[in-house]
Design a protein around this ligand. Structure first.
Ligand code: 13P
Ligand code: SF4
Length: 351
């Protein structure tokens, strides 16, 4: 990275001292990660943000929904800052509150809403988390989706899983043993989600039709080709990948799990990883004694995560050091209170 920008970021961070706490998601660029006080997956970062009530500014190097969650979990005196306001998440944008409310109304009309527990992936707007909070539901992340879904099934006989159909299906089928045909997909663009009342009544899991465009690109054919090319290779993927890919993988888990798995792997072992490319490249560089590669022939960064770059971080830190609060992410009080209910149900679960 540009040495002048590195020097400016270093100086601005030093000038802010304990006033600033910088969180970095594992998909961030190296040039940004080097300034993070902590790195982590969505779950760890939510906890880390809540654990620093003394920091005046929480600079979130990640995407919008993560910064919203941090704002909900931190005190009113703290400002959460997103270095580029255009760093959103296409998956989170696939579930809009009005659509989810319409789906809930349809579930009421089908006579099943009182049996349904809504579960939303962390990768959703604060509005959707608040909806879950108001309807007895909960938030999950890729590292606790199984525990959270089990919690939900102790409270209802059906789950409405938002917005990532793949994480929902992979967890329901592979972790909870729910038959594949008991998972149905709710298409928010069709009346009644494109389902009949009987299909809704018969379903155990209603999966919102959302997905991650980055993880959606990995294909089962690539897994087969790599296995043929490199005998003994281990396939390690994120649960946002398609079910057919996860079925063919050796291991599946969150970004934090992926890192721990590679750290613990024996020297000389070969790994193909199905997750965002910044993380895979960093793992390959950190473990030259292991063969770590990307599970795709094409380049696949998360374009919105990548919007947070060193120039944006420098601008943010220098602005804060000069006393200008920029790019603050705030969630209104009622939404925050309801979303906190759903987040707290998750944080209170063991593990
Ligand atoms: P985790 O870091 O929780 O595994 O999430 C991956 C992701 O896609 C974040 O947007
Ligand atoms: Fe969203 Fe996928 Fe990017 Fe994660 S990797 S922020 S789910 S688009």
């Amino acid at each position: 990275s540009d040495p002048d920008l590195v020097a400016r970021a270093t100086a601005a961070k030093a000038a802010l001292g304990d006033k600033v706490f910088i969180l970095g998601h594992h998909y961030q660029r190296d040039e940004v990660i080097q300034f993070a006080d902590v790195t982590g997956d969505s779950f760890k970062l939510a906890r880390d943000a809540a654990a620093r009530p003394d920091a005046e500014y929480i600079v979130f190097c990640g995407v919008h929904f993560m910064a919203e969650s941090a704002d909900i979990l931190t005190t009113d005196d703290q400002a959460v800052v997103l270095p580029d306001l255009a760093a959103g998440c296409s998956m989170a944008d696939m579930a809009v509150l009005g659509q989810v409310e319409a789906a809930w109304k349809a579930l009421e009309d089908a006579g099943v809403a009182d049996q349904v527990v809504p579960v939303t992936y962390m990768n959703s707007s604060a509005d959707i988390k608040a909806f879950c909070g108001r309807h007895g539901g909960v938030v999950c992340t890729s590292s606790n989706a199984q525990t959270v879904m089990e919690w939900a099934f102790e409270r209802g006989s059906k789950v409405l899983f938002l917005p990532d159909q793949h994480l929902g299906r992979n967890t329901a089928v592979l972790k909870l043993g729910i038959p594949l045909d008991k998972n149905v997909v709710w298409n928010p663009r069709k009346p009644n989600g494109g389902l009949t009342a009987e299909e809704i009544q018969d379903a155990t899991v209603i999966l919102w039709q959302g997905h991650c465009s980055v993880h959606g690109r990995f294909s089962p054919d690539t897994v087969d080709a790599l296995r043929a090319e490199i005998p003994g290779i281990n396939i390690l993927v994120h649960p946002e990948c398609q079910h057919e890919v996860v079925l063919k993988a050796d291991l599946v888990g969150s970004t934090e799990f992926i890192i721990q798995t590679i750290e613990a792997a024996p020297a000389g072992s070969a790994w193909a990883i199905g997750t965002e490319l910044n993380l895979v490249k960093r793992l390959a560089a950190a473990h030259p004694d292991k063969r770590v590669m990307f599970l795709d022939k094409t380049v696949c960064y998360c374009s919105t995560m990548n919007r947070i770059d060193l120039p944006h971080l420098v601008w943010t830190l220098e602005s804060l050091a000069a006393g200008h609060l920029v790019n603050q992410i705030t969630v209104d009080a009622q939404t925050a209170a309801d979303a906190q209910t759903a987040l707290q149900r998750m944080l209170d679960l063991p593990g």
